[in-house]
Design a binder for this molecule. Structure first.
Ligand SMILES: [Zn+2]
Length: 331
């Protein structure tokens, strides 16, 4: 039997990425703007367009494709294929995206939360191959999670489970985009790292009145413009020895460790895979997480849990979407 061709579509807040996937390889990819500020019809049309472009670019006919996998953030129902609500795409409320896509292309269409699907891809052919109990985290703009048990996504009664990025570690902490206070996302996401860095530099600059102005490598890297700080800038400054940047990363690792200790208490995983842009901080982040996480778990074997960077990088959204067909029980 030939390896099937699957089209994977990753609907994000700013862009839609679609790709032709075969044997866990992305053969062709297309990226379009989501047009998130427009009505649902426009956004759905962008999804269609991304699929059309992948077909055109690859020279494949619809009949050669075995299925279309779609991933999106936020609460959605993988059983009905409906997008319930997407945090950064306000018009997408109760959109039956699987039905709309399958009616247009006459292909089986599956829908899943982006982090759940990414975790599945890591478990089946990424960093967690061979492990039965996998906890996956993506730390990028926000924090997404997936729990994969025996090569299957665990997603609970309504298919919406494993939203551990919105587990709070401080009920009096900063307000999160979800309306709660102190979620791990509001402390350790890429957005949070940027905010905390800016606050720290602002307070240093404030304290240095009438004294020499704060000198941080971070300020050099952004030419003094605090609005240009990114997690990559913080990582670069930390590597070059900047103490403020190193402090920020150490704090980030500490927050993640406190939270991951709790995740170990709940799931007793064999392996924790950390992906997303922030994970490219590498050993600066992972050394501290590996040291501290077991201290925040009550499980006596918590120190045996492997904590490792994700293997699948830029294409993980498209690959995750296509991987939904790997565990499909019914067409
Ligand atoms: Zn939250």
């Amino acid at each position: 039997v030939d390896t099937p061709y699957i089209i994977g579509v990753d609907i994000g807040g700013t862009k839609i990425a679609a790709g032709l996937v075969s044997a866990h390889q992305v053969l062709e990819r297309v990226v379009l703007p989501t047009l998130a500020d427009q009505n649902a019809g426009v956004v759905v049309a962008q999804v269609f367009k991304s699929i059309d472009h992948v077909l055109e670019k690859s020279g494949r006919k619809v009949e050669e494709i075995s299925g279309i996998g779609i991933v999106a953030p936020g609460p959605l129902n993988p059983r009905t294929g409906e997008l319930i609500y997407a945090p950064n795409i306000p018009s997408l409320i109760n959109i039956p995206i699987a039905t709309l896509v399958s009616e247009r292309y006459h292909l089986p269409t599956l829908v899943e939360n982006d982090a759940n699907a990414a975790g599945l891809a890591e478990a089946l052919f990424g960093a967690a191959v061979g492990f039965r109990y996998v906890f996956y985290v993506t730390v990028s703009t926000g924090i997404g999670t997936g729990v994969i048990i025996d090569g299957q996504i665990y997603s609970g009664k309504n298919g919406m489970g494993a939203e551990a990025g919105h587990v709070t570690i401080d009920y009096q902490g900063p307000l999160c985009s979800c309306g709660q206070r102190g979620c791990i996302e509001v402390f350790a996401s890429g957005k949070a790292i940027v905010r905390r860095t800016r606050e720290k530099l602002e307070s240093q600059i404030g304290e240095s009145n009438n004294r020499p102005v704060a000198t941080s490598k971070i300020l050099d890297l952004v030419s003094g413009n605090l609005h240009q700080i990114t997690p990559a800038v913080v990582a670069e400054a930390a590597r070059s020895g900047d103490l403020t940047a190193q402090e920020i990363i150490h704090e980030t690792a500490t927050y993640l460790s406190i939270w991951l200790g709790g995740m170990i208490n709940i799931f007793d995983p064999e392996i924790i895979v950390i992906g997303g842009g922030v994970s490219s901080m590498g050993d600066l982040l992972f050394d501290v997480i590996r040291e501290l996480t077991p201290k925040h778990s009550i499980l006596p074997k918590a120190h045996e849990v492997i904590i490792t960077p994700a293997k699948l990088r830029d294409d993980v959204g498209i690959l995750g979407a296509a991987t939904l067909f790997a565990t499909m029980k019914e067409a």
